[in-house]
Design a protein around this ligand. Structure first.
Ligand code: PGA
Length: 259
């Protein structure tokens, strides 16, 4: 893949003002990086999306939402619809982050409805997948990833493949309790993901960027981004301070020979 992808999900951390400050800094710090070779995307909280969309130039930072209901409107208290996100000019939404699956109990079938709704509304869907520590212990990581992909992307037609991206984030590697994954293990899982995507979409699978996420930090970014089947890094904690994220991106791009 010609392009590298760097993204961050801000989870439930930044207020509107903090989000705008962070994005303004990220835009200024990374403006000189040629966007034909990389995409930077950031997913703020719902409450900050409107101000964020007004504060950044989409040519430098693509904004997206962390979650979405699959329905356009209706009796879904507390949910946000694709029409509401489109109204803000957004065209990227995540489905299936580990915290949605494991804290809020979302299922593969629900992630699939979100993915299909996102693409049918002209948005790009970022499907997150990842095995738990228990899955890994019982050696069913591959089966789990395949199940999440096959159900999560069920019904996606060839014409919409360019609107799909995948983030592989092993649950055991995410967040403050997470353990960074070994690059060799990441490559094995990414290769499996690639095989599964090829089974689903044939040659078009090559158009789907597959990012790695989970305890990405300045120490491991280089060894992860240089793996043959990793197209980008999806960064949490190490990205939430603009200078740190900027340095991490530059370091990774250099290591990947794109700087
Ligand atoms: P982390 O989060 O980088 O803080 O582990 C990753 C994620 O949840 O996407």
């Amino acid at each position: 893949m010609d392009k590298l992808y760097f993204g961050s999900n801000l989870k439930m951390y930044k207020t509107v003002r903090e989000t705008v400050d962070f994005l303004t800094q990220m835009e200024a710090l990374t403006k000189d990086i040629d966007r034909s070779g990389m995409e930077l995307f950031i997913l703020p909280s719902f409450t900050a999306l409107d101000a964020a969309a007004k504060a950044v130039d989409p040519a430098y930072i693509r904004l997206g939402a962390q979650n979405m209901c699959w329905e356009e409107q209706g009796q879904f208290t507390g949910e946000i619809s694709p029409l509401m996100l489109r109204e803000l000019g957004l065209d990227l939404v995540m489905a299936g982050h580990s915290e949605r699956r494991h804290v809020f109990g979302e299922t593969d079938m629900e992630e699939n409805r979100k993915v299909l709704s996102a693409v049918s509304h002209g948005m790009t869907a970022l499907l997150c997948i990842g095995e738990t520590a228990e899955d890994k212990r019982f050696s069913v990581s591959r089966e789990v990833l395949r199940r999440q992909l096959k159900i999560g992307l069920f019904g996606v037609v060839q014409e919409d493949v360019s609107r799909i991206r995948v983030a592989y984030e092993p649950v055991w590697s995410i967040g403050t309790q997470g353990t960074p994954a070994e690059p060799a293990y990441v490559e094995e899982m990414h290769a499996e993901i690639q095989r599964c995507l090829e089974e689903l979409f044939g040659e078009m699978a090559g158009e789907i960027p597959v990012l790695y996420g989970g305890s990405v930090n300045p120490q491991n970014a280089e060894s992860l981004i240089t793996l043959p089947s990793v197209d980008g890094l999806y960064v949490g904690r190490a990205a939430w301070q603009a200078e740190n994220f900027n340095l991490l991106i530059r370091q990774a791009m250099q290591a990947a020979g794109k700087a």
